[in-house]
Design a binder for this molecule. Structure first.
Ligand code: FDA
Length: 497
């Protein structure tokens, strides 16, 4: 790597990066990928690659000495515990007003997410990506992304009987009794595998509570889909535990890229320099935005425009739980893969997923992750004094999200005669309003870049990840990130190579 010259360098191995690498390699371009996280291809001493959600260990968190679980408390007990500092899989990155959860490793967010693979309703698309031709997206790029990701929907007959989805059937019943449209949420999980988990003929993964720290079976992460195909071309090499710190124009053309190689304790063990003709920023909304505001402020990329860092949103994420009556037991065995959704976007600005609480015991709780129409947008900026990028999101900006979620759950509570749980996010706290799983924006399409992700001011630099999307997708974001990357890379290969 040190001293090498690559036609294309991709920073990050999540959805945007994986699409770019595959399509460039198929077009005959040799691609190098730098990924700050680990490879996640080798089992630990327990024979498993990934840790269980109920037993977080050294593999679970990115360079923290104490876990920071999204559900911090249960029945009054704090759940977090001390762990050795390690380049684990889930980053709980803390900014002033919000904790942003992200995947770290080869596969990015696909390693830790729920695999919920949702295409926005077409009538909502103009608000998601106003400068993009919807007919092309719905005719070509969404279908291409869904096929390559391996998206499918649960067998509705099996859903009715599977023990592990009792919690989702209770969620559906409550939604329908209050008159809300219920939808199945597609996923990249292998549903046949899950049927065998339920039947007791396959090693349990979704049914063993695996999700946030990785799934050992069943889930088709990018390691099984785009990245496997990219590697099979023979043109793609990936360097895990390599963090890009600088990109600047090179004297002889192209860009000089500085990369820190780190160990599993997070310490830099080598600093490398390579040259790349083209550089694709695919470090995720936060990773790409942080790098770009730093490179603009420090003069490494002085011609980036004033839109860089702007337009960041949390996809309106907010969580809550409800306490059910004893006749609405949600089951002690819960699949960690959600499959049920309540769509109140048009009327109330909220799309709520019925999420599991895989504790292994009956909790009589219903738990929900809502995606809401939240108008607030934050900006990244570079703090030269601290040498860090900052985000000016305010916790109070979650209020519109809470209001939107309440259009669903206040009504359900009134109908069922039930109340919100107050023990999941701290003492007497109803709303999980301190976090997001869905960071979006910071280098918005057609503002910081042209309409295909080419960064203004520096030819040969591209943004190809969630940073392009201006803060909200109305549903879970990765299908849209993937489809937009497919659209943009097709244009870039045709016009720029
Ligand atoms: P992504 O974040 O995937 O990848 C960026 C990669 O770049 C990471 O691997 C990172 O380590 C690396 N990187 C960053 N900085 C770097 C640097 N300087 N040098 C080298 N590498 C660097 N979405 C959805 O649609 N359905 C779902 O069910 C869920 N569920 C969910 C659960 C949880 C717990 C989380 C955290 C997230 C989700 N998501 C989700 C969100 C989804 O995972 C997310 O939107 C995508 O992974 C974003 O894709 P990107 O390609 O933008 O970046």
């Amino acid at each position: 790597l040190d001293g090498a010259r690559a036609p294309a360098l991709v920073i990050g191995t999540g959805y945007g990066g994986a699409v770019a690498a595959l399509r460039l390699a198929e077009a005959g371009v040799d691609v190098h990928m730098a990924e700050m996280g680990m490879a996640w291809d080798t089992p630990g001493s327990d024979g498993k690659i990934f840790a269980n959600t109920t037993r977080p260990d050294v593999r679970s968190f990115w360079l923290r000495t104490r876990t920071k679980q999204p559900l911090s408390n249960f029945l009054g007990f704090p759940l977090d515990k001390d762990v050795p500092r390690h380049t684990g899989i889930l980053d709980a990155e803390e900014f002033g007003g919000i904790t942003v959860y992200q995947g770290r490793g080869v596969g990015g967010g696909s390693l830790v997410n729920g695999g919920m693979a949702v295409t926005p309703r077409r009538e909502n698309f103009a608000a998601v990506l106003p400068s993009v031709n919807a007919s092309e997206m719905y005719g070509t790029y969404y279908p291409r992304a869904n096929a390559a990701l391996g998206v499918s929907t649960i067998d509705p007959g099996w859903f009715e009987t599977a023990e592990c989805y009792q919690y989702a059937r209770v969620g559906r019943k409550h939604a329908q009794r209050s008159g809300f449209p219920f939808v199945f949420v597609p996923d990249v999980y292998d549903w046949d595998y899950m049927k065998r988990e339920q039947a007791g003929t396959a090693t349990r993964s979704a049914l063993a509570g695996e999700i946030l720290y990785g799934n050992n079976h069943g889930k088709k992460s990018l390691q099984q889909t785009y990245l496997a195909r990219a590697k099979a071309t023979g043109r793609v090499t990936i360097s895990p535990l390599h963090k890009v710190t600088s990109v600047t124009p090179a004297a002889g053309g192209g860009y000089t890229v500085t990369i820190d190689q780190i160990n599993t304790g997070g310490d830099t063990v080598a600093t490398k320099e390579m040259t790349a003709d083209k550089v694709f920023f695919a470090a995720g909304s936060v990773g790409t935005s942080k790098l770009l505001v730093k490179l603009r402020a420090t003069g490494a990329l002085p011609r980036l425009n004033g839109e860089v860092g702007k337009g960041w949103g949390d996809n309106g994420n907010v969580m809550c739980g409800r306490a059910n009556h004893m006749w609405d037991a949600t089951g002690s065995l819960q699949s960690s893969i959600p499959t049920a959704g309540i769509d109140n976007w048009a009327a109330g600005g909220a799309f709520a997923e019925v999420a599991p609480l895989p504790t292994g015991i009956e909790t009589y709780a219903s738990f929900y992750l809502s995606i809401t129409k939240n108008p607030h947008r934050a900006e990244f900026s570079w703090n030269a004094a601290t040498g860090r990028a900052e985000l000016n999101w305010q916790t109070a900006w979650k209020q519109p999200s809470i209001d939107a979620a309440r259009t669903i759950f206040d009504k359900i509570n009134a109908k069922e005669g039930t109340i919100y749980r107050t023990d999941l996010f701290g003492a007497y706290k109803i709303w999980g309003d301190h976090l997001t799983y869905h960071p979006l924006g910071g280098a918005v399409l057609d503002r910081a870049t042209d309409n295909y992700g080419r960064l203004h001011g520096h030819p040969g630099l591209y943004v190809i990840d969630g940073a392009l999307i201006p803060g909200n997708t109305s549903v879970n974001p990765f299908v849209t990130i993937t489809a937009l990357a497919e659209r943009n890379i097709e244009k870039i290969i045709a016009a720029d190579l």
